[in-house]
Structure formats: structure tokens, C-alpha cells
Design a binder for this molecule. Structure first.
Ligand code: ATP
Ligand code: MN
Length: 480
């Protein structure tokens, strides 16, 4: 058996000393031909491995370079140096994988996030990305824990779909037809998908919601957690072409139930990360503080990262209607002084990210749930309110991010739903399977979608969504 090693995190957090053990990991630095800072990814803290003078031959010493992978066997002793409780005095060091110091792109110094994005295959080996992806893992685990405790069924919805109806965003086509112009055509010149793999036109999914609703009409409560795709040319720090979404769908629920569970859910997963990834969050908090030093005073955040997370967990989200939000925005000095790029004049417009952030960061200074949007800027399946103008939608806006959740109570009344679909030119024949839920045992139900990366952005305090997914896909970029 090869893998009889101790994890560095366990060694560093235990008070036990004076015993033999084996560690394996990657060399971060090697000082004075004697002190190895070793990291195995279990924590950002390195184990100091001390090579006893004269115990290693010259060639092995030369091969202990930044990035190299080694196995060290020796005794754990109380550390003489500052900053760590224990260290390992190595009797033997074996090189598992060399790393040419001249060529290894990660030097023991600070690299820019932009540079690290270009070497995303190696950036896991930095402190920042080590912390980010351990936190991402914790959040993902907490998602499943939260819903499992509430007896939700985890539903795997399809990634390839034929339905193009939701209009959540531009879709990526999935096809095996030739792209050289020889694909079969209809009389009108359009592609004839009858000969395509699925015998019809197919896309990568933008959301698992419609399928999720079908299952909620049997299990009561379900959630999805999977990749979704948007082929929109959104070159922002909040949009990816491939991102993960969590979409719970609850039978016997109205808009208020929906808001309650969404708020409880967000608080739960943040709390989970705070309880289980304290060290990583403290590291990220410090990173953010450093980064903010280079910003002008008025752009710095008022709270530190951990303070902000605690605040969100311990305070109620503000709940207001779209109409109230429009009034606040219209009357704001920001609007009057024309500081918005898109000025707020009339009821009915879609809110831009600058408006969302104004409400959250300047006006309420806490997460905000906006409800009851105009029906014309929302999807066909949202439940129509009695005023004839608005739907039972809710978006949750988070500081520094803007929209993090989009959800609604669903329209369960068949006649209202089909009428809306006709108004919006959504073909009812294609969604006949969806309409069946309204034909056979419909009930009030609701759900929402949380963009997982936006959540990870929020919790890690990072500024760009491309830095919180291992291998980001965005316009003109799909490396690795
Ligand atoms: P936005 O207005 O920010 O583009 P949206 O209205 O298109 O968002 P929805 O279709 O409601 O978003 O999707 C639900 C959630 O998925 C959003 O609240 C957000 O958290 C996340 N999300 C949407 N688009 C993206 C994207 N391109 N990259 C990452 N996350 C996204
Ligand atoms: Mn969008």
C-alpha cells in the first residue's frame, strides 16, 4: 500500500508529537537546503519539513524545487520555529515528481489573478485558489445536506434538451450533422433536423426547472444541482457560459413559502462554510482587505468578508415589491443626478445590475428580495397576480453581486398558463408534457434557481466569477 500518509491539516491541528509518520505533497519553497514548506491541499498552511544536514545526497537536494512532488518520512516534533506547532524532521525524502524550477510558472511570490487564469490548470496550487475551491466544495456539500435534511429528492434533469421554450437565455446547439454546408435542408432552406442524432433540434439546457416541476408533482419537494449553459455574449464578472445551478421546486407552496426557504437555504450554506472553513475564509478575508487597499476609500467595502457573512446569516433579508423598488430608485439622488447609466423613469422596465446594486449596497445595505415584477419582463410560467400586470416572481439580490436567485410561484391554472403562452408565442404543442402537470392533479407550487458560482463569489469575496469555477467557459475561452 502506497497511501499510508498523514494529511498535513491533521498534523498541524493536533497536539500530538514525537511519532514517526509519512507525508506527501508539493514543495512550495525550499530554504537553505534544509527547510521545505510542504503543501498537500488539505489546508493552506504548509508543513515545515526539516532535512537534517548531511542526510540527503547532493542530487536529491537539487531536485527539491518549487512545484516538485515529494514523499517525506520522519518524526513529528514540537516546532522550534515561529508560526507552527509541529514540524517534521525527515529521515528520508523521496522525489515522486520533479518540477523544473526554470519552467514551473508558479514562483513563490504574488501572481495576478489574470495571470493565474491563464494557467488555471496549475492555479489550484496557490493559497488563494486552494481556499476558494475548498470553500466551493463545502458549499456544494452544504447544498445537499440542507435539502437532504428537509427530505427533498435530488433530481437529475437532462443536460441535452429539445425544449427551447423557456427563454432564459441563448442556447448552445447540440448536433452531429456536418457543419460543412452539406447538412440536409428543408424546402425553405432551413436545416432539416429529422436526420440529426435525436431526430430533432436539440440544445444544452439553460435550466432544469420545467422537468423539476414534473417531479415536484410526485415527490412534493425536489431539487436539481447541475450544469446549465447560456450562449449569451455576456462578458461580465458575473456571467459564465457554463455554470452550476441549484433549482428546488416545492409543491404546496406560494411565493412567501418560496422566499422563506430561499432565505433559509442561503443562510444555511453560508453558515456551513463559516463553521467548517474558517481558516480558508480568514485567508480570503485578508486577501480581500489587501486588494481593497489599492482602491479609493469610497469604493472599499464597509465590512470585512467574515463580518459581511455573519451579517447576512444573522439578519432578515429586506422584502419589497418591484413597484416599491422603482419608487425608491426613481426618487434616489443617484437617479436625479443622472448617475445611473440607465435612468429610471417609468414602471415596467427591467432592472439593470446597477439598480440592483444600488438597492442592496446603498439603500438597504443588506440582501433584498424583490417580488411581483411586471409580467412582461418575466417568464411565461410565473403565476399571474390579480392586478393583471404583475407576476408572483421573486429575485434575491446580494451585495457586490446583484441577482443571485431568480424564482417564482408557478402558474398552476391551465387556462391562464396556455393563455400566457399564446400571448408570448410559446408553442403549446411542444410543451404538452409540461402542461400535463396542470391537467392531472395540479397544485400551487413554487421554486427558484440559485446560481452556484454567484454564491461562491459572495462567500469567497472574489470579484470575478471566472475565479470561482475550476475551468471557466466564457466568450472566446474554453481552455483546459
Ligand atoms: P442575469 O440577469 O444576472 O443575467 P438571469 O435573470 O439571466 O440573470 P436566471 O435565468 O433567473 O438569471 O437564472 C437563475 C440564476 O442563475 C441567477 O439568479 C444567477 O444566480 C444565475 N445565473 C444566470 N445566468 C448566469 C450566468 N451566465 N453565469 C452564472 N450564473 C448565472
Ligand atoms: Mn441573464
Amino acid at each position: 500500500m502506497f497511501n499510508n500518509r498523514s494529511r498535513i491539516k491533521e498534523l498541524l491541528t493536533s497536539d500530538k508529537t514525537n511519532y514517526q509518520t509519512t507525508v506527501m505533497g508539493w514543495v512550495r519553497t525550499f530554504r537553505n537546503n534544509q527547510f521545505i514548506a510542504l503543501n498537500d491541499g488539505s489546508t493552506n498552511n504548509n508543513l515545515q519539513v526539516v532535512v537534517a544536514l548531511g542526510s540527503l545526497d547532493e542530487t536529491t537536494i537539487k531536485r527539491i524545487t518549487t512545484g516538485a512532488c515529494i514523499k517525506a518520512v520522519g518524526e513529528i516534533i514540537p516546532s522550534l520555529g515561529k508560526g507552527q506547532k509541529v514540524e517534521l524532521i525527515a529521515n528520508s525524502v523521496e522525489i515522486l515528481g520533479d518540477s523544473d524550477a526554470e519552467k514551473f510558472p508558479l514562483q513563490p511570490k504574488k501572481h495576478s489573478l489574470e495571470f493565474l487564469r491563464e494557467i488555471a490548470h496549475l492555479r489550484f496550487r496557490t493559497n488563494t485558489f486552494g481556499a476558494i475551491f475548498r470553500v466551493r466544495h463545502a458549499l456544494a456539500f452544504a447544498v445537499h445536506e440542507f435539502f437532504n435534511k428537509k427530505n427533498f429528492v435530488y433530481l437529475h434533469t437532462p443536460i441535452i434538451t429539445a425544449s427551447d421554450a423557456e427563454g432564459a437565455g441563448e442556447m448552445f446547439k447540440v448536433t452531429t450533422l456536418p457543419l460543412d454546408g452539406t447538412a440536409p435542408k428543408n424546402e425553405d432552406g432551413s436545416i432539416n433536423f429529422k436526420d440529426d442524432f435525436f431526430g430533432r433540434s436539440t440544445n444544452l439546457t439553460v435550466s432544469g426547472q420545467l422537468e423539476g416541476e414534473l417531479a415536484a408533482m410526485a415527490f412534493s419537494d425536489i431539487y436539481t444541482f447541475g450544469p446549465t449553459f447560456r450562449a449569451e455574449n455576456s462578458n461580465t464578472a458575473r456571467h459564465l457560459a457554463e455554470f452550476w445551478m441549484i433549482e428546488p421546486e416545492m409543491a404546496f407552496s406560494d411565493l412567501e413559502d418560496n422566499m422563506n426557504i430561499a432565505e433559509e437555504f442561503i443562510k444555511y450554506i453560508i453558515k456551513y462554510a463559516m463553521d467548517n472553513n474558517r481558516e480558508d475564509l480568514e485567508f480570503l478575508s485578508q486577501r480581500l482587505e489587501e486588494e481593497e487597499k489599492s482602491k479609493p476609500q469610497n469604493e472599499r467595502s464597509e465590512m470585512g468578508l467574515i463580518e459581511k457573512l455573519e451579517f447576512v446569516v444573522n439578519n432578515d433579508f429586506e422584502r419589497i415589491t418591484y413597484t416599491e423598488a422603482i419608487d425608491i430608485l426613481r426618487e434616489s439622488n443617484h437617479n436625479k443626478k443622472k448617475k445611473f447609466q440607465y435612468l429610471i423613469n417609468e414602471w415596467g422596465i427591467d432592472l439593470q445590475s446597477e439598480h440592483e446594486r444600488y438597492l442592496v449596497e446603498k439603500h438597504f445595505k443588506k440582501p433584498v428580495i424583490l417580488t411581483n415584477y411586471p409580467k412582461d419582463i418575466k417568464a411565461f410560467y410565473m403565476r399571474q397576480n390579480d392586478d393583471g400586470k404583475t407576476v408572483a416572481a421573486m429575485d434575491i439580490l446580494a451585495p457586490g453581486i446583484g441577482e443571485i436567485v431568480g424564482g417564482s410561484q408557478r402558474e398552476e391554472r391551465l387556462d391562464k398558463l396556455t393563455q400566457r403562452m399564446n400571448e408570448m408565442h410559446i408553442p403549446t404543442e411542444e410543451l404538452d408534457w409540461y402542461l400535463d402537470t396542470r391537467r392531472f392533479g395540479a397544485c400551487p407550487h413554487a421554486g427558484f434557481g440559485l446560481g452556484f458560482e454567484r454564491m461562491v463569489l459572495f462567500v469567497t469575496g472574489m470579484g470575478n466569477i471566472r475565479d470561482v469555477i475550476p475551468f471557466p467557459r466564457y466568450p472566446k475561452s474554453a481552455s483546459f
